[in-house]
Design a binder for this molecule. Structure first.
Ligand SMILES: [Ca+2]
Ligand SMILES: [Ca+2]
Length: 247
């Protein structure tokens, strides 16, 4: 069953389709798979509960949290089910990490396209993204991606920007809001590598000339050019990205 949810976000009407799936179809589609990497985790969305099956845990996580449920932990011995947000790499603080108590971490093995996201491939790279056709300022775009269980697109290589539609300027998940001059990726808070920062930004950028803490990138074939700009006053198109595991 597909229902359309409309909500107003900072005055912009956003339409989101949410797919309601049965436990049986979850089993059939094998929507979630076990994450075996020890360097991946996710933030906890809320209280754990007890569930009879892995599929039931995934289903109730989707029921309770909609698109925000992107991962979950399931302990097959105790039935403990803990809802989680999108996958992150690095260190997690209060994140879900596989353990004897909470069980294994599960995440989507493919792109859930029920609410406007698309599976995109470029060479050996793949991602689950939603590229907007309208513009928002940074706080609005950031909030909308989070609402959809996603984050603003991040790319630690020039090649990965080729996953985005070309010749369009997008705001990405990279800011120096917390500390001037220190640009960090929004998916895990890592600081951008200096050599990549140098090649990504246009010459003379980032310059913070008008109090500029957000970053847009114009995707232009092999030469993607970034600029820092004022987060609140400028509006750009944006790309939300969700957890995606590729076999
Ligand atoms: Ca700045
Ligand atoms: Ca600038």
């Amino acid at each position: 069953m597909v229902s359309v949810i409309k909500f107003a976000l900072y005055g912009t009407l956003v339409e989101v389709q949410e797919l309601h799936v049965s436990a049986a179809s979850l089993e059939r589609q094998q929507i979630f798979t076990k994450v075996t990497s020890s360097s991946l985790g996710s933030d906890r969305l809320g209280q754990a509960w007890t569930d009879q099956s892995l599929a039931g845990c995934g289903l109730r996580c989707k029921e309770k949290y909609g698109s925000r449920c992107q991962t979950f932990m399931y302990n097959s011995n105790t039935g403990l089910c803990t809802p989680g947000s999108f996958l992150k790499s690095g260190t997690f603080g209060a994140a879900l990490a596989p353990s004897a108590a909470v069980g294994d971490l599960f995440a989507p093995f493919s792109c859930d396209t029920s609410d406007g996201f698309t599976h995109v491939i470029s060479g050996t790279l793949a991602a689950c993204i939603m590229a907007s056709n309208f513009s928002l300022n940074y706080p609005e775009a950031h909030a909308l991606c989070l609402h959809l269980g996603a984050h603003l697109f991040v790319s630690r290589s020039m090649q990965r920007f080729n996953l985005l539609p070309p010749m369009i300027k997008y705001v990405i998940g990279l800011t120096d809001i917390a500390e001037e001059g220190k640009f960090v990726w929004q998916d895990n808070g890592e600081t951008i590598i200096e050599s990549f920062k140098t090649s990504l930004f246009n010459s003379g950028e980032p310059n913070d000339i008008r109090g500029e803490d957000c970053v847009n990138v114009r995707v232009t074939g092999s030469n993607h050019i970034a600029n820092d700009y004022p987060c609140d006053t400028f509006k750009h198109r944006f790309v939300c990205e969700r957890s995606y595991i590729r076999y």
